[in-house]
Structure formats: structure tokens, C-alpha cells
Write a new protein. Structure first.
Length: 567
């Protein structure tokens, strides 16, 4: 059974410059021009900064300003630390953001080539009784372009990928695994090396559970697909042993390291890995069911259509590879203790590859629904971004101006010609894209998702161009660190910390150059982080300590930093 007739659709070539421009507009905004923000982004930078400023101990045992980090591997932070050292003329966080941008580009390349290699196979090529359609190379390129467009159009993914965190890095290794598995059908031995790299990198990034999920997908593919069965022996005989050896390299180095605390760090890391394996929890399934419809739009309805349309040919590698990988990753998310919001980005590449296979068979009504949703949603978003930004800058209308100012209290709006021109360019590009989509053109395979991808990318660009300075001031700890530094004498020894989060520890140490202590050191100063109801109450009296100062970021009533001096 062939999936569709070639006369229904043309492969159509998406201009290379257009695809590359979309990728750049997706990657660069959101990284350039901002500080490390709280949560995983700042914590990931803190680990890399400690490595770049430290020696072999920090590179072997990840830490943030002297506090060990056991719940992540060191690999993504090795790359960030190398970027910081290789680019000493740049601020440290900018150098690491450049490394994160390169990693994001690698993910796009891996997804494109994985889709391209699978789409060139005879079982995926469209029926062409008159020998008048596109050749396999052109059709493969069209499918690969579509997979990349669907991936960039995924609504919930874009903010997560613009972080310098281990979760964002793990998305890259999933994409490398998908590429290596697709490549195994042509060059199984070389692909085995790439698969081993993806498995080892996963162990050194997010631990054993996601690595076992990818290894399970690789082992199950020969059971599902005859094409993978033919290359399984040569592929897996290289991938699994080398992946195991690569994943064990860092833990074994810790086990036999003469550095003090290395074995303790290994034990805590192994305990964290054991803690990831839990029983099935219904709460995770409920979270997926509630969040997935908007998070994975527009990929999930097209991927669901593929499962229905290809139900008799699920052994085809173009369907089997993303479907089996999706199943194993979902299973690891349901039985593991990893938060679902950290697990969901790992599923995006598999859904995008499935959706790309289903685009040629979409009904016109479904295509129109996706286009209508994109036009309405991103046009409304653009209007809101412009309206509130103009109110913020001009003070009119007053009610909108007050609401806009409340997003970042204390920030003084400024007219920046460059940002304004970028925002206008993004708006005009969106209008031109809508006009192009409504014009009469020969139907192409990637056309149904062009509006969804372009709308999200251009809305992201517009938001980052106009609102990034205000958002950055709201989320950075730069000013708070400067105010705290003024309270400390120049010759203070160190600060003990209590309940201080990893993100706060990283950014305060980076921006304020604060000498934060650790458990084995007695300091003359104490820094306490109060969150929730405790932050809205008076400072707690502590025996042996005198309260000196408290501070918070603008519009953050649920977090206060309080400074005490030893009596």
C-alpha cells in the first residue's frame, strides 16, 4: 500500500536561505542580550562557570560556588566551560550561550538528516504511476524540511531550548540518536559509533534512565522493523558496548580518583540515578494529557494521523524509528521521578519526524484548520506585544501602561531604534508570509506548516526584540547582587548559606563575586533565602547572628534574601 499519489502534492524545494534564516531567527533571539535567569538556566551556567574558574576537581565533580551538584552529569557543562576559556574576551555567560546555540544548531542538523535518510527509502516514496513526480532526493529533502519546520513550530519547546541546562542538552542527544539509527540502515558500523556517542552523552548528561530508554528503543527496533533487523547485528554490536563503555568512563574515573570526595560524589550521583526509577504515577499521565495538546501543537494531530494512516505499515523505518523512540521516552517519563515538564522536550523531535511523514496525506480541511489557528493565534500575539509595548513606552492608554509596568517594576522604558526596526521587520515578515500562504501556488509538502513555524519564530523574535530588556531586569540577579555587595566589608572572609537555591547561588557568585562558603567552613556572615510565606514575614531572629539587610528582585514577593552577621 502506497501512502498517497504523487499527483496530489509536489515535493517543492524550500529555498536553503529561507530555511537557514528561520533556523537563525529561532536560535539567536532569546540567548543574545540577557543574563543567566533563575532556575535551570542559571544553575547550568553556575556549574560551567565553576569549571572554567577551577581545576581538575571542578571538572570532575560538578559544583556551584563550592556546593556539589549530584543530580546531573558534567558533559554539557564541560562544553560551556571550554567556551568560556576559549573566549576570554567575552562575558562568561555570553560564551556559554554561544555554546548552547551551537548545540541547538546540531540538533536541527541531526533531525534534518535523520528525516532525509528515512524519506529516501522506497517504502516512503509516493506512488507515481506516470513517472512524473519528484525523484527520491527531492522528496527526501522536502520531508526533512517539513520535519524541521514542524520541530520549530512546536509551541512549548522554544522557551525550554533557550536555556543553558542539562535538560536542553539532552534534547540534542535524542536528535543525535535518531540520526544515528536512521544512518544505521546505510552504514551500520559507523552509525553504531554515533549511537554509542548519543548513549554515553545521555548518561553523562541526564543519567541512566534516559540512556536506558534510548538503548531500549535501539534494541526494540529490530523486533518491529525488518529493515532494522537486517542491520541489527552490525549496528548494535558496536553501539551498545561502546555506549556502555563511554557512559562508564566518568563514573569509573570518580571511583578510582585520588581526589578527596570523589567516591562520595559518585555515591550521591548513583543514589540520584536510583531515585529516578519509581513506580508508575497517575499524576504524570494526567500532566501529559493536560499539557500535551498545546505543548506539541501542531505536531501531535499530524503524528496521530500518521499512526492511523500507516497502521498497516508500522514496520516502515520512517514510522517505526520515531514511534518506538517516542514510546520508550514516554515510558521513562511515566515510571521515572523526572518532572514531566523536563521530560516533554525530549519527545518533540520524534513527533516532528512522524508529522513530516504524514503531511503529504493530510486532508485539506485539516490543513486549513492548522493554518487558521496559526494566523489567528500569532496575529493576536503580535497585536498584544505591540499594544502593551507602546503603552509601556508612551503611558497611553493608562490602564495598559500600568499593567505593562507591573511586569518589570523599576525598569525605565527606553526607545531603542535597533529593537524597534527588528520588531517592525518581524511584523512585516509575518504579514508577507500570510499573504504568500493565501496566494495561489502549487501545493508543496511543507506548505501546511509554513505558517505555524513562521508565526512562532517571528512572534518569538518580536517578543525578544521589544521586551527582552524588561524581561531580563525582572529575571536577573545582577542588581540584587550589587546591592548585597555594598553591605559587606571588603575584608570579609565568606558567607555561609541557608536554603539558598542553585540558581541564586550561581548568579550571586557570578555577578557579585561573593565568597560563598560551604558546609565544612565557618564564616562570619550568613545568607538566607526565604521563599513562600516566610518571605512575607519579618526576619527570623537567629541565635548568634545579627540581622543586617534584606533584598528581593522586583515584583517577587515570594522570595527574599536576608543577610546576617555573626554576633
Amino acid at each position: 500500500m502506497r501512502p498517497f499519489l504523487v499527483t496530489e502534492l509536489q515535493a517543492g524545494k524550500l529555498p536553503r536561505w529561507g530555511l537557514l534564516l528561520l533556523c537563525l531567527l529561532y536560535i539567536v533571539p532569546g540567548f543574545i542580550g540577557r543574563d543567566p535567569w533563575r532556575s535551570d538556566d542559571a544553575a547550568g551556567f553556575g556549574v560551567a562557570w565553576a569549571m572554567a574558574q577551577g581545576d581538575a576537581r571542578q571538572w570532575l565533580m560538578p559544583e556551584i560556588a563550592g556546593e556539589p551538584v549530584y543530580d546531573e552529569g558534567p558533559l554539557p557543562f564541560w562544553f560551556g566551560a571550554m567556551a568560556i576559556r576559549l573566549l576570554p574576551w567575552l562575558p562568561g555567560h555570553v560564551a556559554m550561550q554561544l555554546a548552547a546555540m551551537l548545540a541547538l544548531g546540531l540538533m536541527f542538523v541531526a533531525v534534518w538528516y535523520a528525516s532525509y535518510r528515512l524519506a529516501r527509502r522506497p517504502g516512503v516514496q509516493p506512488a507515481d504511476p506516470f513517472d512524473a513526480g519528484a525523484d527520491p532526493v527531492d522528496f527526501g529533502r522536502a520531508v526533512a524540511d517539513s520535519a524541521l519546520l514542524v520541530l520549530m513550530a512546536t509551541v512549548g519547546l522554544i522557551a525550554r531550548l533557550h536555556e543553558t541546562s542539562a535538560e536542553a542538552a539532552q534534547v540534542v542527544w535524542v536528535a543525535v540518536f535518531l540520526f544515528s539509527a536512521a544512518w544505521s540502515l546505510e552504514r551500520p558500523m559507523l552509525a553504531g559509533l554515533a549511537t554509542a556517542l548519543a548513549l554515553a552523552a545521555t548518561v553523562l548528561t541526564r543519567g541512566l534512565l534516559p540512556a536506558l530508554a534510548l538503548a531500549g528503543a535501539a534494541a526494540c527496533l529490530p523486533l518491529v522493523s525488518r529493515a532494522f533487523r537486517l542491520v541489527a547485528r552490525r549496528w548494535l554490536s558496536v553501539a551498545l558496548p561502546l555506549g556502555l563503555a563511554g557512559g562508564l568512563a566518568w563514573p569509573l574515573t570518580l571511583a578510582f580518583s585520588p581526589l578527596a570526595g570523589a567516591q562520595t560524589h559518585l555515591g550521591r550521583w548513583l543514589a540520584w540515578n536510583r531515585g529516578q526509577f519509581t513506580e508508575f504515577e497517575w499524576e504524570g499521565l494526567v500532566f501529559y494529557a493536560r499539557t500535551a495538546p498545546w505543548y506539541f501543537w501542531p505536531a501531535w494531530p499530524i503524528a496521530l494521523w500518521v499512526m492511523v494512516r500507516w497502521r498497516g505499515r508500522l514496520d516502515e523505518p520512517a514510522v517505526a524509528l520515531p514511534l518506538v523512540t517516542l514510546g520508550w521516552l514516554c515510558l521513562s517519563g511515566l515510571v521515572g521521578s523526572v518532572s514531566p515538564d523536563s521530560q516533554m522536550p525530549l519527545l518533540a523531535a520524534t513527533l516532528a519526524m512522524l508529522a513530516a511523514i504524514g503531511l503529504p496525506t493530510l486532508k485539506r480541511s485539516v490543513t486549513s484548520l492548522i493554518d487558521w489557528f496559526a494566523v489567528m493565534t500569532y496575529t493576536v500575539i503580535g497585536l498584544f506585544v505591540w499594544a502593551y509595548w507602546l503603552a509601556f513606552q508612551t503611558g497611553f492608554p493608562p490602564r495598559m501602561a500600568v499593567r505593562a509596568a507591573a511586569l518589570s517594576p523599576g525598569y525605565l522604558p527606553q526607545w531603542a531604534l535597533g529593537d524597534l526596526l527588528i520588531g517592525l521587520a518581524a511584523t512585516l515578515a509575518w504579514l508577507a508570509l500570510v499573504r504568500w500562504r493565501l496566494a495561489r501556488h502549487p501545493p508543496t509538502l511543507w506548505r501546511p506548516v509554513a505558517l505555524s513555524c513562521g508565526g512562532l519564530v517571528l512572534a518569538w523574535l518580536l517578543l525578544m526584540a521589544l521586551w527582552l530588556p524588561a524581561i531580563n531586569q525582572r529575571n536577573t540577579y545582577r542588581d540584587l547582587a550589587a546591592r548585597m555587595t555594598l553591605q559587606l566589608p571588603g575584608d570579609y572572609d565568606c558567607l555561609e548559606t541557608l536554603s539558598l537555591g542553585q540558581a541564586q547561588r550561581a548568579t550571586l557568585h557570578y555577578f557579585g563575586d561573593l565568597r560563598l562558603g560551604h558546609a565544612a567552613r565557618r564564616c562570619s556572615w550568613l545568607l538566607v533565602q526565604d521563599i513562600g510565606p516566610a518571605s512575607r514575614q519579618a526576619p527570623v531572629a537567629r541565635d548568634g547572628w545579627t540581622f543586617v539587610w534584606e533584598g528581593a528582585r522586583p515584583r517577587d514577593a515570594d522570595e527574599k534574601l536576608r543577610l546576617y552577621r555573626r554576633s
